[in-house]
Design a protein around this ligand. Sequence first.
Ligand SMILES: CC(C)(COP(=O)(O)OP(=O)(O)OC[C@H]1O[C@@H](n2cnc3c(N)ncnc32)[C@H](O)[C@@H]1OP(=O)(O)O)[C@@H](O)C(=O)NCCC(=O)NCCS
Length: 214
Amino acid sequence: MNSQTTCIIHTKKLTEVSLLFICPFSQDDYWKVARVKEEKTVFRMEGVGKDNFKDIPSPCNCCLYWQTSDPFDEKTLKPEMEHKKLEWFNKATREFGNCGFIAYFDGVPIGFVQYAPPRFFPQVKEYASGPPSKDAVFLACLFIVSTEARGKGVGTAMLRGFLAELRKRKFKAVETFGRKNSENNPSGPLELYLKHDFIIKSDKDDFPLIRFEL
Ligand SMILES: CC(C)(COP(=O)(O)OP(=O)(O)OC[C@H]1O[C@@H](n2cnc3c(N)ncnc32)[C@H](O)[C@@H]1OP(=O)(O)O)[C@@H](O)C(=O)NCCC(=O)NCCS
């Protein structure tokens, strides 16, 4: 059931991840060649399933922000919420297929991606620039846990892997709410998405709805 996408790092430098990310879904030949040349795989993305659910980094593993329409309250980020997250994943995966990725660096979980059609995320109704279109997959979360791992291209690699997965599954488009002038947002800053050719679809406050045609 799990999708897997893997990035071979030709050098040991994490800073080159974005340049060297190889997408096995769209560049098969290059991928195979790279795999033969390099034995060490240090960065990989795995679809979320029952075997690796425990690897979803904290606090994403117990965050139910999108899964309710309640205002965000850090007090709800409790370990006992993890089973509700698992229930959501079980239901969404049954109905939609893979709806999350865990990013690993040297075997350690460092990042998380969560997505599904907008109907799985009641919180989208609370956004002024929404709602997301029914024909789009909604990107709810793109997050790198460690501040040290940010700003080095890992988020770009995760975004590319996620888009490649959706393209492979023949979805039409992706939408999310980017945040103006701040990365403090479940899917990160608007700038990240504009850099990767998302377009602004509705702009009513600091969280515009943005869209990428696959
Ligand atoms: C958002 C995030 C996933 C981006 O991943 P990343 O690996 O740091 O991003 P990249 O290095 O691939 O950056 C790619 C581009 O995105 C944009 N970008 C990334 N971080 C940015 C930031 N903090 N502010 C503005 N633009 C940013 C830039 O355009 C950057 O290109 P550049 O390096 O040429 O300027 C990551 O920084 C993160 O998880 N941050 C925490 C977000 C958060 O606090 N969320 C709230 C919890 S739910």
